[in-house]
Write a protein that binds this ligand. Structure first.
Ligand code: VG1
Ligand code: CO
Length: 581
């Protein structure tokens, strides 16, 4: 092949959000759109020449086409080897595992996570660095700067210089193997290696968990399990782990084929979008409801955990995992030095950290903020309220890790007992010991950008007024004359990374009440059009007698207050949220 420079001009709006660049497929399909971003990425990386990177995605529509384009740009930019998951597939945590275990320079993940796929829906791309985690702000801001000044990209062409044709078209992405090409311009080589999409990742998980014990749990008559892959990338991984390795029944994986449009669904494992699984796990609707239900999202980094007719909030899930990890999960048997959660995530984990006497960190939303803490050995288990749970085995959240963790906890708690202990029992015992953090999130999707911004600036004004009314720095603040509970903090969350000192400002308006309850507002950074407002509400209940309420009931006073003071309904014209979790 040869390499040719192709002139281009900047395209607006190529700024990465919470987790990469996510846009409608048709936006990505515009001439030079993907080329510009990928060239901007490569231009921002030092020591790219001759390096090895991984490439793969969640299998959504346009995945393979994008892979072909990226290979040509990689060769054009002097990358030595691109390792591609077979059929272009690598779930997000598997990508992280591949980068780490093969000590790669980095990796490119093609995913828009839980956003719907298909020709009229979303596509996405993000870059992970050599620790296996999402590129930090310092890298993404360089990429964005490059997208604004780009004037040409370098692409591999046929030896006759035809820029339209793919010189690597002969590589069959469905067949594992290595093909090396020579750059006729400078005699360097470019290698495409099609690798197994699961090997490194599954081997890693097998080294962390006691698969024999888990198989024994699967074999117990009093235990049944159902996994919903939501037609996303995790179907084949789920079949390999839950059926082949753990001996689950052949029908314990539902929606297990990866579909380019996720079957028309919204591959987000929550009570709204995984309603089919939720119904199957409800003994009132299904007499054969499984003892444990679990789901993961389009790219496999999110998870939902269900018991029989029982929902485990992600904030509780990470807290329970942290509380039991050392005893129940071999990977953590040497102990934990710290844990971390994102700011909007409920504080259940904080109480476990206190109980264990370990470090607790609160970071902004987005998994990239956990990376430094993990690299520095200061946090091993991390979680986000958005159905994200993970540990330092990789640098992404990991849905299957969370599921295996819960299976391990159930196995551990049930050891030597006649009956398998239920998920509900495990969680209610946890609440008895640590108290319960009621939590709910309201999402208002595709709100007009101006209206969403108006809500935020209204909240800024409210916070400024509240703070200005203080006569001493610690004086409790009044949020609303009719609301008794006072506010102790009203700010826009800012974070200083304790490892490298980098700062992240404006990460969410929060109101922390004197009883520890919290109301938080922020704008989503993952949508592909319009704005999404997220409202998070949390209340702590120490008393066992008060721990059995429905979260919506238990939180009602705070939810009503939050809607009233934010004027959210007035500004957006939305009576109801799109999704409640
Ligand atoms: C959302 C979640 C956040 C998560 C991010 C990526 O971001 O709130 O917790 O890390 O999605 O998850 P935002 O900015 O829309 O609130 V995934 O599974 O899309 O990689
Ligand atoms: Co995801």
């Amino acid at each position: 092949f040869k390499v040719a420079p192709v002139p281009t001009t900047p395209i607006e709006g190529q700024k990465t959000g919470t987790s990469g660049l996510r846009k409608k497929v048709v936006v990505f399909q515009q001439p030079n759109y993907l080329h510009n971003w990928v060239q901007s990425l490569f231009s921002s990386l030092e020591a790219l020449k001759g390096s090895t990177i991984a490439l793969g995605g969640d299998g959504r529509y346009w995945n393979k086409e994008a892979i072909r384009i990226i290979c040509r740009l990689a060769a054009g930019n002097g990358v030595g080897t691109v390792k591609i998951g077979q059929n272009g597939i690598l779930c997000t945590p598997a990508m992280s595992a591949v980068i780490r275990s093969q000590k790669l320079y980095g990796g490119i993940i093609l995913t828009a996570s839980h956003n719907p796929g298909g020709p009229t829906n979303d596509f996405g791309i993000k870059y992970n660095v050599s620790n296996g985690g999402p590129a930090p702000e310092s890298v993404t801001s360089r990429i964005f700067a490059n997208t604004k000044s780009i004037s040409e990209y370098s692409i591999a062409t046929l030896p006759d210089g035809t820029t339209e044709d793919d010189p690597f078209a002969s590589v069959d992405l469905s067949v594992k193997g290595t093909t090396t090409f020579t750059n006729e311009t400078d005699s360097s080589t470019f290698t495409i290696e099609v690798i197994d999409s699961a090997d490194d990742y599954v081997n890693l998980l097998r080294s962390m968990f006691d698969f024999e014990k888990l198989s024994a749990l699967f074999a117990r008559p009093g235990f049944s399990f159902l996994f919903d892959a939501m037609s996303g990338v995790t179907g084949p991984y789920g079949r390999r782990i839950f059926i082949e390795l753990l001996g689950g029944k052949s029908d314990c994986v539902m929606r297990g084929e990866t579909l380019e449009d996720f079957g028309g669904g919204h591959p987000d494992p929550n009570l709204t979008y995984a309603a089919e699984l939720v119904a199957k796990c409800d003994p009132e609707q299904n007499p054969n409801a499984p003892d444990m239900g679990a789901a993961s999202d389009g790219d496999g980094d999110r998870n939902m955990i269900l018991g029989k007719g029982f929902f485990v909030t992600p904030s509780d899930s990470v807290a329970v995992i942290a509380a039991k990890a050392v005893e129940a999960i071999p990977y953590f048997s040497k102990g934990l030095s710290g844990v971390a959660r994102s700011m909007p995530t409920a504080g259940a984990l904080d109480r476990v950290a206190k109980g264990l006497g370990i470090e607790m960190h609160e970071v902004p939303t987005g998994w990239k903020y956990f990376g430094n803490l993990m690299d520095a050995g200061r946090a091993q288990i991390c979680g986000e309220e958005s159905f994200g749970t993970g540990s330092d085995h990789v640098r992404e959240k990991d849905g299957i890790f969370a599921i295996l963790s819960w299976l391990s906890i159930i196995a551990y708690e049930s050891e030597g007992k006649d009956k398998v202990v239920s998920i509900e029992e495990i969680v209610t015992e946890h609440w008895k010991k640590y108290g319960r953090n009621y939590f709910s999130r309201y999402d208002y999707e595709e709100v007009e950008t101006d209206a969403a911004n108006a809500v935020m600036s209204h909240l800024d004004d409210l916070q400024a007024k509240m703070n200005a009314a203080r006569t001493t720095p610690d004086e409790p603040m009044v949020i609303d004359p009719t609301f008794e509970t006072k506010v102790s903090v009203a700010d826009n969350f800012a974070y200083v990374d304790p490892v490298d000192g980098s700062e992240a400002k404006g990460q969410g308006r929060r109101f922390v009440f004197s009883d520890g309850s919290r109301v938080i507002f922020r704008l989503s950074g993952t949508g592909s059009s319009g704005a999404t407002i997220r409202m998070y509400v949390e209340r702590y209940e120490a008393d066992e007698a008060g721990q059995k309420e429905d979260a919506q009931v238990a939180l009602k006073p705070f939810i009503d207050l939050a809607l009233r003071v934010s004027k959210l309904q007035e500004f957006t014209g939305r009576e109801k949220p799109t999704v409640i979790t």
